[in-house]
Design a protein around this ligand. Structure first.
Ligand code: AMP
Ligand code: MN
Ligand code: MN
Ligand code: MN
Length: 286
């Protein structure tokens, strides 16, 4: 079965509406899927309804899992924590996510001023045009604007030279703490998953410190397979999952058809030597 437990919709920085991205997953043969928008759960109901309405017309029903990707700051770096299979009505989780969203517009204004100081104007308005959910304005929307004005041909090129620490357009920001993010997810009955651990530029020791702290807080899983991991990462993080006793998750991190190298459901399957994260889901397992 194809499993994709990490992708985005227009509710954050994805290019497709929640129902469309969910239908795309089912059409591509995904049997279990979780929409994981940044700091936002407003797309989940439409995505779930789309999956359930498709399921009525096909023999084998796909299983929809509620998800979210929470922005945290750890060791001075932006670290993402995916929450899966939680109660979407949980008050503390919803208040926490709202508090992160509240800082994004002000951050975007600071990013825009930072770009302006490098001679790049119109950033805020330009990015806002790409933000279908204005509360979720972020670096992807700025990156699309920088492509639009011809600074780089694609997002990858933009993120090589802009919007990252030390480059034009980057500003520090106060996100949730790792403890808050894990606490909100566990408090809502969900599973906390460290997202794309291979993407952070940590030393081996820093990575181990992060895994130790995440484990100590009650984090249960790490992404072994991610659209931003190499096959070497699959092996490295399988080994670390076994060593630490973490469950293993997999997802494409799909944002949009023209933008993402890995399409929805196009992620590799989990290696056989790890315990899949879905064994911890509350509802039936496949
Ligand atoms: P933000 O939450 O506003 O800091 O934006 C983070 C988002 O920017 C990520 O979720 C990605 O969608 C995008 N992003 C960050 N770094 C890169 C990169 N190197 N290549 C492509 N997209 C990136
Ligand atoms: Mn994103
Ligand atoms: Mn992420
Ligand atoms: Mn993501």
């Amino acid at each position: 079965m194809i499993v994709d437990l990490h992708f985005h919709s227009q509710a954050s920085d994805g290019l497709l509406p929640p129902d469309e991205v969910a239908r795309r997953a089912v059409a591509r043969g995904v049997g279990m899927l979780a929409l994981t928008d940044h700091d936002e759960t407003s797309g989940l109901a439409a995505a779930r309804a789309a999956v359930e309405s498709v399921a009525e017309s096909v023999a084998e029903a796909a299983r929809f899992i509620d998800g979210v990707e929470i922005s945290t700051e750890w060791g001075g770096v932006q670290v993402h924590v995916v929450g899966l299979d939680f109660d979407t009505r949980d008050a503390a989780l919803n208040a926490g996510l709202a508090s992160i969203r509240a800082g994004r517009v002000e951050r975007a204004q600071r990013m825009s001023a930072e770009l302006e100081s490098h001679g790049i104007s119109g950033g805020f308005a330009g990015a806002m045009r790409y933000a279908r959910n204005p509360n979720l304005i972020g670096r992807s929307h700025f990156a699309r604007y920088l492509v639009e004005i011809g600074l780089r041909p694609d997002l990858r090129g933009v993120f090589d030279s802009f919007l990252v620490p030390g480059k034009p357009g980057y500003v520090d920001h106060r996100w949730a703490t790792l403890a808050e993010a894990v606490g909100w997810i566990l408090g809502a009955g969900g599973v906390a998953v460290l997202a794309h651990p291979g993407r952070y530029r940590f030393s081996r020791q820093e990575l181990r410190n992060l895994l130790d702290e995440f484990k100590g807080l009650g984090g249960q899983a790490i992404e072994v397979v991610s659209g931003s991991h190499s096959p070497e990462h699959f092996i490295e993080f399988s080994r670390l999952a076994r060593e630490y006793g973490f469950l293993a998750s997999c997802g494409s991190d799909f944002h949009g058809p023209e933008e993402s190298y890995v399409d929805i459901g196009g992620n590799a399957p989990l290696p056989g030597d790890v315990t899949p994260v879905w064994t911890a889901f509350r509802s039936k397992t496949p």
